[in-house]
Write a protein that binds this ligand. Structure first.
Ligand SMILES: [Zn+2]
Length: 84
């Protein structure tokens, strides 16, 4: 996997810190998250079987690597796992 830039990580960290990651629905195969942002909300999907994240933002569709929204969701999931 390609390494994320510090900008992406910093942005994702603050999205997470500001509580902008909301878990939507989860089923056997997928987990859906809403990531709120100033312009529009993004939807991040975690595919449990393939263990991959996808996002509907432009950054992700252009570069096909983790965007700040996905990074924020990862932090969110780690946080939840740590608490349970
Ligand atoms: Zn994104």
């Amino acid at each position: 996997m390609s390494e994320l830039s510090w900008r992406t990580k910093r942005k994702g960290f603050w999205i997470f810190k500001d509580g902008k990651v909301v878990k939507d629905v989860e089923n056997d195969k997928r987990c859906y998250f809403i990531v709120k942002s100033d312009e529009k909300d993004h939807s991040v999907i975690f595919d449990k079987t393939k263990k991959v994240f996808t996002c509907d933002c432009e950054f992700f569709s252009l570069k096909l690597k983790d965007c700040s929204h996905i990074y924020a969701v990862k932090l969110f999931m780690d946080d939840k796992n740590g608490k349970s």
